[in-house]
Structure formats: structure tokens, C-alpha cells
Design a protein around this ligand. Structure first.
Ligand SMILES: [Fe+2]
Length: 233
């Protein structure tokens, strides 16, 4: 089994990720080269970028899927829902893409100042939609707390760490915290959160080796392959 990447910005022209069909196909080719066999296209859905609803995203997903039909990689649609008012409204109205039409919703916190308590906020979202995967908690100063991560897990919230955090590309605080929560067995997935071909590529290979070396092969296989297999079943 190859890598399953549950978080990328390969759907073109809709956010700060891929900007063209050509770029999307190049990103898919790079992912294949680095050992990925299954990949989720999860455009942002938030106040500031765009509300990438199913009506807007499905035709582009179909176009990319058709153009990539001969490539040895399976494509799935999703969204990365930001914790904000627009996303909340869409979740309430079911006007967004879950991951591959499963019950799972990928969500992230704002990078600008967040007002409120992260746990209370996610519990509120869970009332609307029970199955939540939180993207890159290691990247936000206000979620870099081991006790908060334990509370998330106890509430049944799944955690996804970025591959680039594990290799130190988002700074040592993100790197250290990502490894700490893996060591504590709190993480469920590692994904690329790919935005381009250069500094944020769709590559899980390097991070897989890092996790294998530091946390063992079984953990690496769980985080990069096995746990996500339930989303593509
Ligand atoms: Fe993302």
C-alpha cells in the first residue's frame, strides 16, 4: 500500500494552492513519484479565501480526475473547513464536501488571532457534525498544548499533523510539538497540506522516513497509510 494523503490544495483556481490544470497534474505526478497512491483534494473553505462549495468544486474535480485518469493515483474530493462563520453556516446546511463523501470533516483553526476556547469551539462543531479531523494543530500557538490535545482526543476528535512540520519547515516549535503528540500516540494522520511544487510539495516520503526513524515503522505505517484507509474503503 502506498501513502494516503488526506489534505492537499491540488484543486486548481480555487484557493492559494494549484493555479492551473497543468500545475495540478504536475503536483499529482510528483505525489506519485514520492510514493502516494491515494490523494484528497481539500480546497480551503473560509471567510477570506472562498467558500468552495460542492457546486463550485465538483466540476473542477471531475475535470482533473478525467485528465489524470491514466495516472496511477486515486483522487478524492473534500474541503478544509476553517473555524469561522461562513464554514459554520455551510456545515449547518451540509453545503460542503466531507472527505470522499464519508462522515469525516477536515477542519482547521484560523492563523490570525483566534478568540475563544478551541475545545468549546470544536465541541460546538461536533454537535453539527460528529466526525472531525483537526488539521495541523502543531501550527497554531494557541493549540500547541498537550493537555488540549488529550482533551480533543477524549472528545473523539482525530488529529492530522503536516509532513512539513515534522521536517522542521514551520519552525522548531511546530516540529517539536508534532513529534511530542506522535510520541504520546495522539496523532491519527500525517498529510502534506501541499500548496505547490516547491516549498509545500505533495510529498510524504521524507516525513515517513523521519517518523519511521524516530517513532518506529508501525507508527509510520499507521499515520501515513493504515488509518486513512478507512476513508477510501
Ligand atoms: Fe490546508
Amino acid at each position: 500500500m502506498g501513502f494516503i494523503d488526506i489534505h492537499t490544495h491540488i484543486l486548481y483556481g480555487v484557493d492559494d494552492g494549484s493555479q492551473s490544470l497543468k500545475m495540478s497534474l504536475q503536483m499529482l505526478e510528483l505525489a506519485i513519484e514520492r510514493g502516494t497512491t491515494d490523494i484528497f483534494l481539500t480546497p480551503h473553505f473560509n471567510l477570506f479565501v472562498r467558500q468552495n462549495t460542492p457546486v463550485l468544486t465538483r466540476p473542477i474535480f471531475k475535470e482533473i480526475s478525467e485528465a489524470a485518469a491514466s495516472l496511477p493515483i486515486n483522487l478524492y474530493l473534500g474541503n478544509e473547513m476553517r473555524v469561522d462563520s461562513k464554514s459554520m453556516k455551510a456545515i449547518k446546511n451540509n453545503d460542503f464536501n466531507t472527505l470522499n463523501n464519508t462522515e469525516y470533516l477536515l477542519i482547521d483553526f484560523p492563523f490570525s488571532l483566534f478568540v475563544g476556547d478551541p475545545l468549546t469551539k470544536l465541541l460546538k462543531i461536533k454537535e453539527l457534525h460528529d466526525k472531525i479531523i483537526l488539521a495541523h494543530p502543531e501550527r497554531h500557538s494557541y493549540t500547541r498544548s498537550l493537555s488540549l490535545m488529550k482533551q480533543f482526543k477524549e472528545a473523539g476528535i482525530l488529529l492530522q499533523v503536516n509532513a512539513t512540520s515534522l521536517s522542521g519547515e514551520h519552525g522548531t516549535e511546530s516540529e517539536d510539538f508534532a513529534h511530542e503528540i506522535i510520541r504520546e500516540r495522539l496523532v491519527d494522520f500525517v498529510a502534506s497540506d501541499a500548496h505547490n511544487l516547491t516549498n509545500r510539495p505533495p510529498s510524504l516520503q521524507g516525513a515517513y522516513q523521519i517518523v519511521k526513524n524516530q517513532h518506529g515503522e508501525e507508527m509510520a505505517d499507521n499515520l501515513f497509510k493504515k488509518n486513512a484507509s478507512q476513508l477510501i474503503g
